[in-house]
Design a protein around this ligand. Sequence first.
Ligand SMILES: Nc1ncnc2c1ncn2[C@@H]1O[C@H](COP(=O)(O)OP(=O)(O)OP(=O)(O)O)[C@@H](O)[C@H]1O
Length: 393
Amino acid sequence: MASTFFNNKARAAAAASSSSKPKVGEAKEDNVRQQPWVEKYRPKTLDDVAAQDHTTKVLQRTLQASNLPHMLFYGPPGTGKTSTILALAKSLFGPALYRSRILELNASDERGIGIVRDKVKNFARAQLSQPTGLDAAYRAQYPCPPFKIIILDEADSMTQDAQSALRRTMEQYSRITRFCLVCNYVTRIIEPLASRCSKFRFKSLDNSAAGSRLENIALAENLTLEDGVVPTLIKCGDGDLRRAITYLQSAARLVGATKADAKQANGYDDDEMTDAGSASGTITVRSIEEIAGVIPEDILDNLVQAMQPKGSGSAYDAVSKVVTGLVADGWSATQLVSQLYRRVVFTEAIPDIQKNRIVMAFSEMDKRLVDGADEHLSVLDLTLRIAGIMRSG
Ligand SMILES: Nc1ncnc2c1ncn2[C@@H]1O[C@H](COP(=O)(O)OP(=O)(O)OP(=O)(O)O)[C@@H](O)[C@H]1O
């Protein structure tokens, strides 16, 4: 099973590193190495934000005018929403004022009505302290406008009551406090709140923007990539750059583990790394797919084959056998649903009228899985329903 494989690798890497004595400077280097790359390569300025040109252009203008409206950033995960508001806030206030002028609440904070009445309101109404000790050069670089910013990340997970309570606070203290709501699903933000904000839509990164970002990271980290790794990362990331970067870092760790194993087994020290060591340092397409939990095409072929109409008999035995095997091998139901979706919906072989019903079955299954239904039963139900639809002609 994929996860066991990686756990063993991770254990081997940990064992290898704990048995060797750290050299001077290694601990610090390790900290840098272990820092999540999504943070390390988070855009620092608006110019660094890739593929959201319209949004960054408008925000550059507000930056020059130093006057922000309340804002609502929405769009798919990992497309730069949080990075953009953080970069904007840093450009407005600089390091000296950033902490006192920004309140950032994210999904790990409780965001019921209590927190809006308490933490958010208290910060929103607090008078601005006059910045002291900022020299002319600092003021020339950072506009330091006379307001604070409250960033509510994942605002779509706020309760309706909490969102309603926010309306009044937004209005009452707008002179000294601006809000930036960040969310994936704009429809989950109540209309009176949305209408108080300027809306900015973030789109999934196109392949070339995501690809060049990933290539730059690989270059900066001195990684060797097999042909096809970047397109595979883009495919597995599915428009989410955060996910693609995380897969790349996991694969690089695995390569690190392989090098450590090789060094330990062969007794080489750092300066004596051989060709064998560097060859094992190449990141492969398969390693990315393993990390992403991508189900190999031949396994998916078997499932699709079992679902095909054959004579008048039931598909149950054939489908159930493949699904039981998939579950026993530990493949995630969500992954299976997403790969199967692409297979079934993009094929020409199924008529549109059937696809219509199949898509309905997928959407119901997606909801069930999000609600925590049993994975085995859900996948079995979905695949049998699709088989039934295909048989019904
Ligand atoms: N447009 C982008 N330009 C450059 N880097 C990006 C971009 N989008 C995402 N990234 C990378 O992905 C990481 C995550 O991005 P970010 O947190 O801004 O996404 P998000 O849209 O706020 O996601 P979520 O909706 O899940 O909160 C960043 O640290 C950065 O490395």
